[in-house]
Design a protein around this ligand. Structure first.
Ligand code: ATP
Ligand code: MG
Length: 175
């Protein structure tokens, strides 16, 4: 199964963001509110056995809860599609959690890609040729107060033509 680790975000700020993206015209494909997340690690295709090992490792993490701030809007991607996202401020607890998760997953025997961690929440997707200007402008007008995050999750992603379906397999509380 296709797996990733997500930081769980509270409803309030995400409902506000979702409403903003919803009002945008054109080719924009808003990420459904229940799918909004911040990816902490991407495991990709994973066997049952490795999934269990990953879960056991993640379950031992004792990390504090923290406040998250979402900053300016950005666009990832290019010709094959663009993702409109909000960047998360590079706060120490977020990066420490990310490092601990990676260490536990590696300890469980998983191989992880070595990419720079650029924490973000993807809000919408656009075709590669679309002008991301209106989406970015709409997001400039929104300010979200910092909010607390209390858990992260092991999530299964099943890709469908009309978008991915995410299923939370396990949730890990932050103290
Ligand atoms: P879709 O691929 O259909 O647009 P999606 O990107 O939300 O949907 P997945 O591709 O299953 O669904 O990815 C799940 C999460 O993992 C997303 O947040 C995605 O950005 C992230 N992700 C996917 N591939 C990688 C990768 N190679 N490295 C890091 N993160 C990734
Ligand atoms: Mg994807």
């Amino acid at each position: 199964m296709r797996l990733f680790i997500a930081l769980d975000l509270p409803d309030e700020p995400l409902a506000a963001l979702s409403a903003v993206m919803d009002r945008l015209p054109g080719d924009i494909r808003r990420v459904p509110e229940e799918n909004l997340h911040l990816t902490l690690a991407f495991l990709g295709e994973t066997s049952q056995e490795m999934t269990q090992a990953a879960h056991e490792g993640l379950d031992t993490i004792r990390a504090p809860h923290f406040d998250l701030t979402l900053n300016g809007a950005t666009v990832y991607g290019g010709r094959h599609g663009q993702a409109v996202a909000l960047e998360a401020e590079g706060e120490a607890p977020l990066h420490e959690l990310h490092d601990r998760i990676r260490a536990r997953l590696r300890g469980a025997g998983l191989q992880l890609e070595r990419r720079r961690f650029r924490p973000h929440v993807t809000l919408a997707r656009l075709p590669g040729r679309a002008d991301p200007g209106p989406a970015l402008a709409a997001l400039c007008a929104v300010t979200i107060p910092p909010f607390p995050v209390h858990s992260f999750s092991l999530v299964q992603s099943t890709l469908h033509d009309n978008g991915p379906l995410y299923d939370t397999l396990a949730r890990y509380p932050l103290g």
